[in-house]
Design a protein around this ligand. Sequence first.
Ligand code: CA
Length: 231
Amino acid sequence: MKKTKIVVIEDEPDILEIIEYNLSKEGFEVCSALDGEEGLQLVKKEVPDLVLLDLMLPGLDGIEVCRKLKADSVTHYVSIIMVTAKGEESDIVLGLGMGADDYVIKPFSPRELMARIKSVLRRGTLKDDNALDQISRDGLVIDVNRHEVRLDGEKITLTAMEFRLLHFFASHPGRVFTREDLLSHVSSDDAFIIDRNIDVHIRAIRKKLDKHRDLIETIHRVGYRFKDEED
Ligand code: CA
């Protein structure tokens, strides 16, 4: 079986060594680069399954690398997990907006890193055809054809916007979305009167989800995500 290939771009040798060790131990094929420019070339050459991208890099920084990878038709579909320090939330929001799949905050445990990697690999790059006709989760059932949501068997009533949001979330468990992401994914031309304040809609959905309200998690200063199946 072909090994899953991961490129690690990280300028701190000690951290890089730990990451390489743990990835190899898990059976991944690992290539690494110590700066952004070298990393960019390596990803273009290897076209890996996933990139672990440190954001604070000398020269070309991680956000620039992310932007360039997403703009290139060959590397566009490579999954990206950003590696950041605490307090870099604005960069996380920027990176997610560019199409990065997830992020981990330093310091992280090898276990946490592996969980994020496996989750991202499992769901693949975000594509709209991920959306299923029916989604069931912890007593919540979303039926798209019937435009119906049931909670522990009871039908609940959502506005069109709430329905679209909830369906979009539930189609991409574990993925963090910024408010802008959410708005652009669920807005449609006919819905010009909708309230553009995502938080208001989320609050309304949570209220209706009642004891299942925790399915939608708030990610402080970044956005929201639908609980991952293995969390
Ligand atoms: Ca760094």
